[in-house]
Design a protein around this ligand. Structure first.
Ligand code: AR6
Length: 334
């Protein structure tokens, strides 16, 4: 999955580069900056002292020293004032510069904290949106795995309205599927036990030759596979392969595997990610999932959240992942 949101301490991330939310002196500070310097050891500060500071909205790179990463990219985010002082542009520029530096140094994996969203006071939901939008733009043109590292639950919020809308949708649908009064359950159990047992065995077994023939028929009618349906839909939608797997947040290697193996069986989040990228309707999504042996059910929060987004015509895989993350569900993609 090219873009992932994970909960972790960024100093523990085993990636090529981690990004530091620094200040323009680059001489250390509190928050994630303090943790990174502590974990890297004093040599990091010595190298930082040679850099001559850094402008807001820009970034500079050093080695990682005792950290498990090769590099630290020190990005200076803007202080939040009221949102009318170019804060967004500066934050976007921070992410872009940091990503460009990572690319220049051949990094394949990079981890970002939510820059500016702590001591610098940038509203967390907006900071996350800027991070996701800017990183996903970059990933449209570049192959890299990028992690957004969320340190604590409080540091992570999707918009309150979206959260409560989804919560209400889960409530409505989840409750529906689970409202099963005692009498209702008893009634259903009775109905089951009333079913004449012999009916199950009523159909005599077909003679061998005949069953072989129908098996042949059945085999010849096997539906198109998941992979075939995926490729057909990509063509029908007039998309290129790359547009599709990027929109699905799936990496190129996995897509090639699926493309070249007609019988490839994807995981459920991967199958859904493609359905989302193709902007399939709910019925088409269900059809595509069936090809991979899955279904959408109302007894599963993950499924209901997916359904919510499809019903609302929102096919942005990153926004869906934000919501899944907020509800502690696994994310879409590989
Ligand atoms: N791993 C991942 N994320 C973390 C960690 C960690 N170990 N620690 C904190 N965060 P902040 P800023 C999150 O305040 O707002 C420093 O003094 C935290 O929850 O570190 O850009 C610098 O020197 C928050 O969501 O950075 C600057 O002076 C995010 O990291 C100033 O703070 C950023 O919080 C920069 O402020």
């Amino acid at each position: 999955m090219p873009l992932q949101i994970v909960r972790n301490d960024i100093t523990k991330m085993k990636v090529d580069a981690i990004v530091n939310a620094a200040n323009s002196s680059l001489l250390g500070g509190g928050g994630v900056d303090g943790s990174i310097h502590r974990a890297a050891g004093p040599e990091l500060l010595l190298e930082c002292k040679t850099l001559g500071g850094c402008e807001t909205g820009s970034a500079k790179i050093t080695k990682g020293y005792k950290l498990p990463c090769k590099y630290v990219i020190h990005a200076v985010g803007p202080r939040w004032r009221d949102g009318k002082h170019g804060e967004r542009e500066k934050l976007v520029s921070c992410y872009r510069t940091a990503l460009a530096l990572a690319k220049e140094h051949d990094c394949e994996t990079v981890a970002f904290p939510l820059i500016s969203s702590g001591i610098y006071g940038y509203p967390k939901d907006q900071a996350l949106k800027v991070a996701i939008d800017t990183i996903s733009d970059f990933l449209l043109e570049n192959d890299m795995t990028v992690y957004i590292v969320i340190f604590d639950r409080k540091a992570y919020q999707i918009g309150e309205k979206l959260f409560s809308d989804i919560a209400a949708y889960i409530d409505d649908n989840y409750v529906d599927a689970h409202t099963d009064s005692r009498t209702e359950r008893l009634r259903r159990m009775q109905m089951l036990s009333e079913e004449p047992e012999e009916e199950i065995y009523a159909t005599p077994l077909a003679p061998m030759a005949e069953s072989a023939k129908s098996l042949d028929d059945a085999l010849s009618q096997i539906d198109e596979s998941f992979s075939e349906m995926l490729l057909r839909k990509i063509d029908e939608k007039g998309m290129t392969d790359a547009q599709c797997y990027k929109k699905a947040n799936i990496d190129r290697k996995l897509f090639s595997k699926i493309r070249s193996d007609k019988l490839y069986k994807p995981s459920k989040p991967t199958a859904i990610a493609f359905a989302i990228a193709l902007e399939l309707s709910l019925d088409e999504t269900k059809e595509m999932l069936m090809k991979a042996g899955f279904a959408l059910s109302h007894s599963n929060k993950f499924d209901i959240i997916i359904e919510y987004f499809i019903e609302h015509g929102n096919y942005n895989v990153f926004e869906i992942n934000e919501a899944l993350f907020a509800f502690d569900q696994s994310l879409l993609g590989a």
